[in-house]
Ligand binder design. Structure first.
Ligand code: ADP
Length: 486
């Protein structure tokens, strides 16, 4: 399929290293998950490319770190403006490689741009402290300095925003960046790099190395002494591998890993709002979201009512090609994603779950799956303990507040959680009791640039967005001055 872009030059298939667009002998295919068509063959510079990128980022670091924060901020601000100006083109590129509906893709681009703008400002406020002196003749200050070259490995489910959420805090404080986008979705990353170059980032400050040899490139990033920090968003399994690989250099880490979000509906909740919140969270991006509700716990008193309302609304959802404006959800990213959803469904049904709607592959074929509602779920089923990453809303029944808190926390994960309730004491108690990095109370919307995003337990550590997001890219140096009593 040929894309109609206002700026054809945003569709790039080369690596971006040290300010140069590099092709190589090896290439890998990028496929449109909606049609199965090969849409691009992207240069794969592999391990060599990764090493060149690290060297470029290392060389660019001193001058970039030495720039006044205001100058770095102006470049970031320009990048944000360019991303917004070209959000339709960036959205089209994303829909082509990722499959999500175009409106959702454009929404993601704008969401990501908000982080670029936010950190353009925050970079100016990376204040240190002057500490009250403990003895005569001394002064102590805590100085904040950029950590250095930062590596970033990002997933395919948000091909644009995971990059625009990670890079800006690093860049704003003076770090330089080497980045490996997911092999399924390198085009969005490269398009962002075109705009970054246009915004005026000096050569070597941002480097992008797409590859089909993720583990080779990952190893270079993790094992390099010149890379001072790794920020990763992806599965807990890969996060653990990277963490081990980073041990040799005691590298700083930010990990945003898998989730298994509970979504609790109490009997005093506004059911219609809860249904809408669940649909928005569960079916967005075809359920391929680390903060998507995975286990829906509904009070027995309202269970049937809630299930009925939910099913009626899910019935109206239409799966289809992302470029068809009537599509509410696109395909799953690939066969592995599809097989996992299918396996979770079969496991649940064979153990007694009931299908209220959906429950099968979609008649469109490929990796399309019907939006699905399951009831009669039990903790023995896979969906209770594993992230499904697909369009299945699985309803569990509960009768008691303490019981549901216990079930909600009965997982190794701790990223997002949600509940709907109106009693104030209950809202407070449950918010405190949930062992998660984020809690949505009467809302499914928990991510924006002003709030800290991140997890606890095996969902990782580090925070993106907010005033806290910048700390992940700063070292604190204590400077002790003696002889100050003259
Ligand atoms: P997902 O389930 O979202 O595909 P992954 O953890 O497999 O999660 O992928 C997230 C990112 O991690 C992608 O960019 C992928 O290429 C990369 N990745 C996967 N395996 C490795 C590895 N062994 N080393 C480095 N990066 C990896």
């Amino acid at each position: 399929m040929m894309l109609e872009l206002k700026r054809d030059d945003l569709f790039v298939t080369k690596s971006y290293i040290n300010g140069q667009w590099l092709d190589g002998d090896e290439h890998f295919n990028v496929v449109n998950p909606s049609t199965g068509d090969v849409i691009a063959q992207v240069a794969d510079l592999g391990k060599d490319g990764a090493e060149k990128a690290v060297a470029a980022a290392k060389a660019a670091f001193p001058a970039w770190a030495a720039k006044p924060a205001k100058e770095r901020s102006a470049i970031l601000r320009k990048w944000a403006d360019l991303i917004l100006k070209h959000k339709d083109d960036l959205g089209k590129i994303m829909t082509l490689e990722q499959g999500k509906p175009l409106a959702e893709a454009i929404g993601e681009v704008a969401y990501g741009a908000a982080f670029v703008e936010w950190f353009a400002e925050e970079g100016k406020r990376a204040y240190g402290d002057i500490i009250p002196r403990p003895a005569d003749g001394t002064r102590i200050l805590a100085m904040k300095q950029p950590v250095g070259v930062c590596a970033m490995i990002t997933p395919w489910n948000f091909p644009s925003a995971m990059i625009t959420r990670k890079m800006p805090p690093a860049l704003a404080v003076g770090c330089t960046v080497v980045s490996k986008p997911a092999e399924a979705t390198p085009l969005s990353a490269l398009a962002l790099a075109v705009l970054a170059e246009e915004a005026g980032f000096p050569k070597g400050v941002i480097n992008i190395v797409p590859t089909d040899h993720s583990s080779d490139v990952g190893k270079v990033f993790c094992e390099s002494k010149d890379v001072k920090k790794l920020s990763f968003t992806g599965s807990t399994k890969v996060g653990k591998i990277l963490m081990k690989q980073c041990a040799g250099t005691v590298k700083k880490l930010s990990l945003e890993l898998g989730g298994n979000a509970p979504f609790i509906v109490f009997d005093d909740a506004d059911l219609d709002k809860a249904v809408d919140g669940l649909i928005a969270g569960k079916f967005r991006n075809c359920g391929q979201v680390c903060i998507a509700p995975n286990r829906v716990f509904v009070d027995a008193k309202i269970y049937d009512d809630f299930a009925g309302k939910l099913t009626a609304k899910v019935k109206a959802l239409k799966a289809g090609d992302g470029f068809d404006s009537s599509s509410d959800l696109g395909p799953l990213i690939n066969d592995d994603g599809f097989e996992k959803v299918k396996a979770h469904l079969e496991d649940a049904v064979s153990n007694g779950a009931k299908v209220l709607i959906g429950g099968e592959a979609h008649s469109k074929g490929g990796t399309f799956y019907q939006p699905t509602v399951l009831t009669d779920m039990t903790p023995e089923m896979k969906i209770y303990s594993e992230e499904t990453f697909g369009p299945i809303a699985a309803l569990f029944k509960f009768t008691d507040v303490d019981e549901v808190i216990k079930m909600a926390n009965d997982t190794n994960y701790g990223l997002a959680s949600y509940f709907y309730a109106n009693d104030l004491a209950r809202v407070w108690k449950v918010s405190e009791a949930l062992e998660y990095g984020m809690v949505g109370v009467n809302t499914g919307r928990i991510s924006n640039e002003v709030a800290p995003f991140g997890g606890v337990k095996e969902s990782g550590f580090g925070r993106e967005g907010s005033k806290y997001g910048i700390d992940d890219y700063l070292e604190i140096k204590a400077v002790h001055l003696g002889g100050m009593d003259e």
